[in-house]
Structure formats: C-alpha cells, structure tokens
Design a protein around this ligand. Sequence first.
Ligand code: NAP
Length: 243
Amino acid sequence: MTNANRVALVTGANKGIGLEIARQLAQAGVFVIIGARDPARAKAAVDDLSSQGLAVQSVEIDLDDHASIAAAAETIRAEHGRLDILVNNAGIVDAEDGPPTASSPEAARRIMSTNFIGTLAVTQALLPLLRQSLSGRIVNLASSLGSLTLNGDPTSPYYSARLIGYNASKAALNMLTVQLSEELRDTPIVVNSVSPGYVKTDLTGHGGFLTPEEGARLPVEYALLGEDAVSGRFVEASGETPW
Ligand code: NAP
C-alpha cells in the first residue's frame, strides 16, 4: 500500500507532538485526519497544514466524551470507509499529580480517564475501520515514565520522576499495546508503544530536549512501518525500552 492511499487519524493533533506527527504523515503523502476536542483549535491546525499544500481534514474527538468518539468514528466510516493509521497521541498531565504518598487520587483518575480509558475507547471505536485496511497501524504515544523497570531502577534518569497518575496511565497504555497486539496477531494490524523522547511542549512546560518536530519522527516511522512490521514493542529513539 502506498502512502498516497493511506488515511490516518491523529488524536490531539492541534498542537505539540500530535500536530507535527500530522504534518510529517501528510508530507509523506498520507491523508491525515486531525483529531481535536476544540473546533477552533482544529481549524487553526487544518489551516496551518493546508497552507503548506498538505491534504488534511479535522474531526472533533474528545477522549473524555465517548459519544464524540463514536461520532468521529462514524464520520470517518462515512467519508473514508476505512482507517489505515491510528496515532493515539492525545494525553494529559495534571498539576495535582505527584508521588504516591501525596498525589490527589482524583488527579490520577482524570489522567487515567484520558490517557488510558479514552485511548482504549478510541481504539475500540476505530478498530472496525482499521480491519478494513490492508496494513493497519496503531501507534500509542508512550513514555519511558511508563516503564515499571525504569521506575524501580535508581540508576535511571526517570527514577525520580514520581508521578503516580501519569506514569501509571502510560504503564496501562503499554498493557493495551501488549494485549491488543496479541489479540490481533493473525491480522495485518500492528500495535506499538513509541516514546517520543523529552519534548518541548505545553505538557512539559517546554522543558524538554527535543523540538516537537524531532519528537514526531519515531511515532511517524512506526505509523509507516512496512509489510514486515514488528508489533507489541515498546521503543524509544535509542532502541527498545524495558516494560
Ligand atoms: P501537548 O502539547 O500538551 O498536546 C496534547 C494534545 O492532546 C493536545 O492537542 C490536547 O488538546 C490533546 N488532548 C488532551 N486531552 C484531550 C482529550 N480529552 N481529548 C482530546 N484531545 C485531548 O502534549 P505533547 O507533549 O504533544 O504530548 C503528546 C503525547 O505524547 C501525550 O500522550 C504525551 O503523554 C506523550 N508524551 C510526551 C512527551 C513529552 O516530552 N512532551 C514525552 C513522552 C510522551 P487541547 O489543545 O485541546 O488541550
């Protein structure tokens, strides 16, 4: 399947890494649907990419509003009949998150609701359309902070980043990658967890090392994996991340 025939949905694509994933997929010839929860922000992203001559449209999709997820899936079904690439990018942190002794449980619930439950709901809603593709690709925007191994390794640079809600949500997302890739083993659909690196976005207070454009590169590479695509992996730019 050539990129020119592919249709992708990127959630949370109105800014940050998601916007750059959308841009790079569209630059590769993929028709990109920009998922955004706010219509005005969606329009600004579509205007940005369209002004570069890129083929994009937007769909309203809020991971915390399951009716909006169902409506978005129906819109994509009616207009395209299938989906080739799903990039589960939308995600949040929460100011009331923190170490397990102090974090607000409600903050953990909010983060889990968006990052894990919302992503699960989006994936389930789009799966019938991904099954219509000759080479379905699901990329889950993971984080090294979701690695159980690194969270327990005092030599890891991630060891001190104790955000129980966020880190648990990304560990849960990894469980989705593992279980879904196994469940879909006999289909052409592959599912991977991809860490973008530490990226300068609103989510990090612009404190990262990478630009959003740089952070988008590995997720895009996994979205465009060819026929011998690996599935069920947890990767970062330097290679595999321990679970
Ligand atoms: P960002 O700039 O804050 O962008 C997050 C995007 O998600 C925005 O478009 C936001 O929409 C959207 N979003 C949030 N909640 C949503 C909801 N309920 N429904 C729909 N969309 C929602 O963050 P980012 O740094 O680009 O992060 C993108 C992904 O990469 C996240 O999953 C994050 O966990 C992951 N990640 C980031 C880093 C990093 O260093 N930045 C590292 C590892 C993993 P609004 O504009 O409407 O808020």
